[in-house]
Design a protein around this ligand. Structure first.
Ligand code: NAD
Length: 275
């Protein structure tokens, strides 16, 4: 559980790349009332980074909640220690949770009364409605269709002709389907695109029933996600078009702000919020 010292929520940030630096900077500027930057842990313990701490021990001492913004391997390496220390863990590299062993270990720690594992919606939205509909009864359909720049979908396991076909797509060409399968397989085969599929699966409460299509679309600078679901209380469809983060074209600019929104919801004592 988030332990709040005094009146503020102290935030530790793991990773100081596009998302981490943006979140840390915004916290320093007071962008989230009631939350302050506790510490930042970079890979090399870079002392030039404001609020830098040398190691995970230092980060845990500085924070009530730790934001993981450092990638799947870092979530695997540090997530258990964060939870075992009784700190909440706000995970951004959600695709790593497709690893059943990691998910089991993290949730076992939370069940033991340690910190909570919190999944940041990241590049997505509408998860409140998805979770509500899933609570109403079994969903009959959950679909995610993501359209991205072709080059971002090239994977090391693709053979050269397949990779070249993606790289050769030019504006005006029709989008190409590069994957059609379930959410866990999407997370494994397209790890850099796994976060959104994993987030939908976790919100729906079921990996196997989430059908994911990935399209290489040479025609737009936006990364588009269409989420569709149906169940006993209705049919839903929402679409997001994200521009890239200027500091990292593989990350949507929305993500750092989604982290700040998640943190705002953890600050106790707010007079009102959209919950
Ligand atoms: N949920 C979503 O919608 C979503 C969207 C985009 C990115 N992401 C995830 O967020 C992660 C971060 O994205 P980004 O754009 O900031 O990436 P980035 O590459 O700009 O920054 C990652 C930073 O983490 C640091 N790092 C790596 N391992 C570390 C460790 N063990 N300890 C400390 N620092 C470490 C790297 O040195 C780098 O500075 C991505 O890896 C991705 O998995 C999630």
């Amino acid at each position: 559980m988030t332990a709040v010292h005094g009146a503020v929520l102290r935030v530790g940030v793991l990773g100081h790349g596009a998302i981490g630096a943006n979140v840390a900077g915004a916290l320093r500027r007071g962008a989230v009332p009631g939350a302050v930057l506790g510490g930042v842990l970079t890979r090399g313990g870079d002392a030039a980074v404001p609020a830098s701490v040398p190691d995970m021990r230092g980060l845990l001492a500085s924070a009530d909640v730790v934001v993981e913004a450092a990638g799947g391997p870092a979530l695997r390496e540090h997530g258990p220690a964060v939870l075992a220390a009784g700190r909440d863990l706000l995970a951004v590299s959600v695709g790593a949770l497709a690893d059943e062993d990691l998910f089991r270990e993290l949730t076992r720690l939370t069940a033991a009364g340690s910190g909570r594992l919190l999944v940041c919606p990241g590049a997505l939205g509408g998860l409140d409605a998805l979770r509500a509909a899933a609570l109403a009864g079994p969903l009959t359909r959950v679909r995610l269709t993501s359209s991205k720049a072709p080059a971002s979908l090239v994977q090391p396991w693709m053979d050269e002709p397949a990779a070249d076909r993606l790289r050769a797509l030019r504006p005006g060409d029709s989008p190409v389907t590069v994957f059609d399968g379930d959410a866990r397989e999407a997370a494994v085969r397209f790890p850099r695109n796994a976060n959104v599929a994993a987030t939908v699966a976790l919100a729906a409460g079921d990996w196997a029933s989430v059908r994911v299509r990935l399209l290489a679309d040479p025609d737009t600078p936006l990364t588009r996600h269409v989420v569709e679901f149906a169940g006993p209380v209705g049919e839903y469809r929402f679409e997001l078009g994200n521009l890239p983060d200027p500091a990292n074209p593989a990350t949507s600019g929305l993500v750092a702000h989604a982290v700040l929104r998640s943190l705002a919801d953890l600050v106790p004592g707010a007079a009102w919020r959209v919950a």
